[in-house]
Design a protein around this ligand. Structure first.
Ligand code: NAI
Ligand code: UGA
Length: 481
């Protein structure tokens, strides 16, 4: 029986391995992690991450050919194929701080693999890593090889949160990069055989190591660039009276552009886009390519601009101050159908409003109070470390923040509403009831373009919706970022 071990039971390791176990009943899959609470949760009825369809997949395989364990060394020693899916955060100190990837967790995993292995292994980079990382990992693995052969592959993951199971069941492609040597090619075939259980072979792309590593960074950069492009257009739409949804639709019908990923928003969030672009920028700089670095840096700058622009719009619309005013924050996760808050634009917007002394009442159907308070208190990039290495109880400004478990509760007596996540329930709120329970004038700032602007204006709201023609009220209150 082939044995797979995955180091890192997170958003990628957990769902990816659960799907491999489901689709390959004859393979034994162990997912290991240094975090005891995370592994306990994987073994319980309350999985550590919220992802539609995941519970079902885990329940079908757990205890049969899918195991979650903290016994990292045992499972690594027994495995034929070891996936490494640990955190690769942005460095916060030293050389490359604020840009380069911090490979501490990857390096410690590689050293441990080298130390405990007693048989040949294929080691798979599942984490997103800088191009050329495989070279460094190979050196670590072979420093003390004791006659054991390690073959390294790059197999980056392209799933998106909220649709992870669907993406894993039916991926656009699976990418496997390896050395162009007989051992490298043999390892590629072994991993291809795993995916070929359910992925059509023409969707399994095999490349050299560096192309696979770089393709992952490139894919995220291209995706994020699309959002920054449409968000840049949204600012121009607001200035000219064009409607960004109509512009997106018009350009998206060109088959060379395509309709997906053109929704204007308050800005992109999530654990990877910013981190991976910063990493790409750093790699370009290190390779003497400042123009290329600056090109990609602009994607992040426009994203920051969009979040600032939103905050400024809220403050300027409400008579240039939100001091002491209650603002309801609807949604905190970085997108719908996930409880993940890593780099969510809601953090920046809330911090901006708190800076102007607003009182926030926050509601998200999947995010706990503890998580929200931690997020609003944590320093930039601290979130992307294993849970037990994060600051224990960062303090946030609790007098200004309340977290509630119902949208109507959040809205009660509020002066304004900011929609930060496109949860379906925010489309279907009883907005007449909402209006009746708010202070007047009642403002809605829709950062996700989910509300029916016309209907809300008829009720009496002053509505700001990203990239849409401005309410007469807002026209006289320009918000510069
Ligand atoms: N979250 C996402 O949607 C995607 C993430 N990625 C990449 O996958 C990698 C992992 O991301 P996530 O799963 O989101 O992170 P995560 O933070 O959810 O999971 C990483 C896990 O690794 C564990 N860990 C760290 N060092 C370890 C060690 N030495 N031994 C055992 N366990 C260790 C941590 O405790 C944590 O549970 C990152 O490189 C990320 O860029 C790639 C595609 C999608
Ligand atoms: O490497 C990763 O971590 C993953 O990053 C993204 O996935 P994810 O961040 O989970 O979610 P997306 O659907 O890409 O959304 C990212 C952010 O962009 C925003 N977004 C997305 C699409 C859009 O049109 N407009 C927009 O503002 C979302 O609301 C969200 O805040 C990529 O889509 C995945 O392919 C990749 O594997």
């Amino acid at each position: 029986m082939v044995k797979i071990c995955c180091i890192g039971a997170g958003y990628v390791g957990g769902p990816t391995m659960a799907v491999i176990a489901l689709k390959c009943p004859e393979i034994e899959v162990a997912v290991v992690d240094i975090s005891t609470p995370r592994i306990s949760a994987w073994n319980s009825d309350h999985l550590p991450i919220y992802e539609p369809g995941l519970d079902d997949v885990v329940k079908q395989c757990r205890g049969k050919n899918l195991f979650f364990s903290t016994d990292v060394e045992k499972h690594v020693a027994e495995a034929d194929i070891v996936f490494v899916s640990v955190n690769t955060p942005t460095k916060t100190q030293g050389l490359g701080a604020g840009k380069a990837a911090d490979l501490t967790y990857w390096e410690s995993a590689a050293r441990m693999i080298a130390d405990v292995s007693k048989s040949d292994k294929i080691v798979v980079e599942k984490s997103t890593v800088p191009v050329k990382t495989a070279e460094a990992i190979e050196r670590i693995l072979t420093h003390n090889r004791k006659g054991i052969n390690f073959t390294i592959l790059s197999n980056p993951e392209f799933l998106a949160e909220g649709t992870a199971i669907a993406d894993l069941f039916k991926p656009d492609r699976v990418l496997i990069g390896g050395r162009e040597t007989p051992e490298g090619q043999k390892a590629i075939h072994a991993l291809r055989d795993v995916y070929a259980h359910w992925v059509p072979v023409d969707r399994i792309l095999c490349t050299n190591l560096w192309s696979a590593e770089l393709s992952k960074l490139a894919a995220n950069a291209f995706l994020a660039q699309r959002i920054s492009s449409v968000n840049a257009m949204s600012a121009l739409c607001e200035a000219t009276g064009a409607d960004v949804s109509q512009v997106s639709h018009s350009i998206g019908t060109d088959s060379r552009i395509g309709p997906k990923f053109l929704n204007a928003s308050v800005g992109f969030g999530g654990s990877c886009f910013q981190k991976d672009i910063l990493n790409l920028v750093y790699i370009c700089e290190c390779n003497g390519l400042p123009e290329v670095a600056n090109y990609w840096k602009q994607v992040i700058k426009v994203n920051d601009y969009q979040k600032n622009r939103f905050v400024n719009r809220v403050v300027s619309s409400m008579f240039n101050t939100v001091s002491g005013k209650k603002i309801a924050i609807l949604g905190f996760a970085f997108k719908k159908d996930t409880g993940d808050t890593r780099e969510t634009p809601a953090i920046d917007v809330c911090k901006g409003l708190l800076g102007d002394k607003a009182k926030l009442s926050i509601y998200d159907p999947q995010v706990s109070e503890d998580q929200i308070l931690r997020d609003l208190a944590m320093k930039k990039f601290d979130w992307d470390h294993p849970a037990h290495l994060q600051p224990l109880s960062p303090t946030s400004n609790k007098q200004q923040i309340s977290v509630v478990w119902d949208a109507y509760e959040a809205i009660k007596d509020a002066h304004g509403i900011c929609i930060m996540t496109e949860w379906d329930e925010f489309k279907n709120l009883d907005y007449q009831k909402v209006y009746d329970n708010m202070q007047k004038p009642a403002f809605v700032f829709d950062g996700r373009n989910v509300v029916d602007v016309k209907k809300l204006r008829e009720i009496g709201f002053i509505v700001y919706s990203i990239g849409k023609p401005l309410d007469a009220w807002l026209k006289d209150m320009p918000a510069v970022a």
